[in-house]
Design a protein around this ligand. Sequence first.
Ligand SMILES: [Cu+2]
Length: 149
Amino acid sequence: MRALVLCLMLPLFCMTAAAETVVISVDSTNLRFTPSEVTITEGDEVRFFWSGQALPHNAVAKDGFFSTGDPEREVDHTVEFPVGTSGTYDFVCEPHESAGMVGTITVEPAPPVEEEAPPEAPVETPLNAGASMILGLLLACAALAKRES
Ligand SMILES: [Cu+2]
């Protein structure tokens, strides 16, 4: 019974690949993102989050895709990566880039959404029906012939 329920639920899980949120913060050295390298999938989000920092930080994509704004000691900024944004995003903390406060977000393409085609009813044309009937008769004849020989 449990197996049956799992089988019925499996397609639901496949269809709703939940978007994930990855948090990037600042580590205890005050000069590094943590984690500094993340890999996500299209549809996911990256949340830049820190508070009570000794130094003000920001996170700015080198290609301009996102920016948390001016360097702040408190930042809570979520960046969405919708379908079509796959690629590599290098970002820096502007005041501390030269100190090595940099990071990379790799966005992998979302898996293709499988659309379920409506089940096709087997089309039995008169020709097919006739052909299979003839084939059946031939097989029956062959079987009879074999038995008699
Ligand atoms: Cu910084």
